[in-house]
Design a protein around this ligand. Structure first.
Ligand code: TYD
Length: 203
């Protein structure tokens, strides 16, 4: 049986990494073989592209094309083989991030993003997408308190993140069947309870 493909999305500083670790642990406790991966990245070539994407200034369309180039490689080398083996794939960001950041944040048209999505994914959508939604004030506050050098996206202004958040929420409304929006401003405990419910619902 084919495994399930779960993606996690949200603003930088939404707490995604903490929730991802918890989700993977819960799925493993439920006996699922889990492959944990991330975008941009997830393959040796994809990780090189990630290095460029997070550091080098580039044209908006170059940025979108490199995101999808890394994704093509990731699908071919990691995601599709894992799903075909029957493993579950938990991916930190996927195409919804391109619609949110390159689309909402930078202003690339939904039409162009849709062409890339159809080309690269060829009908394969996540089975479930968890969107960790939080105000830009909270998210940016967390990013700034991380105490490390910020990447090219994290350095963007609050208005940019307002547009990213709005695009994520629009994408969730347009794909309501696979999205679950989680209020990431809530306590860790209550989010853990929500994750437990989600896992018992999908396993
Ligand atoms: P992120 O998961 O935030 O990495 P980290 O937790 O290590 O900081 O992802 C890196 C950045 O990449 C993030 O700011 C969003 C951006 N991104 C896009 O702009 N488009 C995409 O399609 C993807 C997958 C990520």
């Amino acid at each position: 049986m084919r495994g399930k493909f779960i993606t996690l999305e949200g603003l930088d500083g939404a707490g995604k990494s903490t929730h991802l670790a918890r989700l993977v642990a819960l799925l493993r406790q439920a006996g699922k073989p889990v492959v944990q991966t991330r975008e941009p990245g997830g393959t040796p070539l994809g990780e090189k592209l990630r290095g460029l994407l997070l550091a080098e200034p580039m044209h908006l369309e170059t940025e979108a094309l490199l995101m999808f180039a890394a994704r093509r490689e990731h699908l071919d080398k990691v995601i599709l083989p894992a799903l075909e083996r029957g493993d579950w794939v938990v991916c930190d960001r996927f195409t919804d991030a391109s619609f949110a950041y390159q689309g909402g944040g930078r202003g690339l048209s939904v039409e162009k993003l849709g062409i890339l999505e159809n080309w690269v994914q060829d009908g394969l959508d996540p089975d479930l997408t968890l969107l960790f939604d939080v105000s830009t004030e909270i998210a940016l506050g967390r990013v700034k308190s991380m105490g490390r050098e910020l990447d090219r996206f994290e350095q963007e202004k609050q208005e940019f993140f307002e547009r990213v958040r709005a695009a994520y929420l629009a994408r969730a409304r347009a794909n309501a069947a696979r999205f679950r929006v989680i209020d990431s401003g809530k306590t860790l405990d209550s989010i853990n309870v929500e994750l437990e419910e989600i896992v018992s619902g999908v396993c």
